[in-house]
Design a protein around this ligand. Structure first.
Ligand code: ATP
Ligand code: LTN
Length: 329
């Protein structure tokens, strides 16, 4: 039996960005070959902060289409939309009752995201990690390929699962995060102290997989660096270090090779080569994306078929949990 992997992405923008891609999505494509994979467009997570109806609807299609375009195969992997599988909300209620307030209070993503909200902070944002735990636990997931920002949520998932198992017997599988260290945290181009994020208000901070070549060039050329000249991997030079990390991830070259290649050259040459390297890997994705997004009927067929299959597994888990609790099923 193949081991199970699960991962999710929020439809919180019109497209994933290169941080999502290098930190997580690129691994999704590789791992689907050897695992039973579930990949989820987590629309219920997206509404934990305010969303506009039309934009959200477009983003769900767009995110789904981009996952196909980067190489997720809907016949090999179960790629589905979270709200299409009702068991996610049902089990969230139950596991809320096995989660401590103190645990949710410690979540750094909640602290960061709630601080950014200008109007209200929803109970959904607070409860976000429990819904995420449910996503993972419903499918008996072994491995979760994610960026570094999600590690704390996965630790909480294990704690909730363990607590339930200890009280009622083995129901849940304890999952493990899978991180690719070098790309686990791609930083913002305009403020390299913060992670690159889909919902960053500053559009120059983020390279989206749908950005046209000229936009990519402009964003990379204006990325914040420093006043030094040499192109070297130096963790203290935050902006440059981030850009070099992206270059390394995209080209597959070693740090030594990269430093040699740019020795005696300056930021302008480095940045323009980085922009071209990015354009090169993004171009084929965009070509496929254009085809997928033009055919919403086919996207909906994939969504429905895969949600149906996911729901069968999810329902078995929910029934098991209810039975353990003493509910009449
Ligand atoms: P939002 O800004 O709406 O919170 P996000 O950009 O953080 O979105 P998610 O949809 O929350 O993106 O994350 C999808 C996947 O991408 C997750 O596995 C997450 O860990 C990973 N990821 C997100 N941002 C980065 C980043 N800057 N570097 C590496 N991985 C990232
Ligand atoms: N919270 C995640 C998205 C997400 C997820 C999941 C990731 C929702 N459910 C389950 C892995 C497993 C994020 O990237 N912000």
């Amino acid at each position: 039996m193949k081991k199970v992997i699960f991962s999710g992405i929020q439809p919180s923008a019109q497209s994933p960005h290169i941080g999502n891609y290098l930190g997580a999505l690129r691994q999704w494509v590789e791992l689907q070959k050897n695992y039973q994979a579930y990949y989820c467009v987590v629309d219920l997570h997206a509404i934990t902060v305010p969303q506009e109806k039309k934009k959200l609807n477009d983003s769900i299609y767009a995110t789904y289409a981009m996952l196909l375009a980067i190489g997720i195969d809907p016949n090999m992997s179960n790629i589905f939309v979270q709200s299409h599988v009702r068991q996610h909300t049902e089990l969230t209620w139950i596991l809320n009752c096995f989660t401590h307030l103190g645990e949710l209070n410690r979540m750094t993503q909640f602290k960061e995201k709630s601080a950014k909200q200008t109007k209200i902070v929803s109970a959904g944002l607070y409860d976000y990690p429990v819904l995420m735990a449910v996503d993972i636990l419903l499918y008996h997931t072994n491995i979760i390929p994610v960026g570094e920002d999600q590690v704390q949520h996965i630790e909480l998932t294990r704690d909730i699962a363990d607590r339930f198992n200890n009280a009622y017997g083995e129901v849940f599988t304890l999952p493990t995060a899978r991180i690719v260290k070098e790309t686990a945290r791609i930083m913002s181009l305009s403020d390299p102290k913060n992670k690159m994020s889909k919902s960053d208000a500053n559009l120059n901070a983020t390279v989206f997989l749908t950005d046209k070549p000229d936009v990519i060039r402009k964003k990379i050329m204006s990325a914040v660096t420093d006043s030094k000249k040499s192109i070297e991997f130096d963790k203290k030079r935050l902006g440059l270090y981030n850009l070099l990390g992206i270059y390394k991830a995209v080209t597959g070259e070693s740090e030594k090779e990269i430093e040699n290649h740019f020795s005696g050259k300056g930021y302008k040459e480095f940045k323009s080569e980085l922009a071209e390297a990015l354009i090169e890997i993004i171009k084929p994705m965009q070509q496929k994306y254009t085809t997928y997004i033009a055919d919403k009927t086919t996207l909906e067929i994939y969504m429905r078929q895969n949600a149906h299959k996911a729901a069968i597994v999810a329902e078995q888990t929910v029934r098991r949990v209810k039975e353990k609790l003493g509910f009449i099923i």
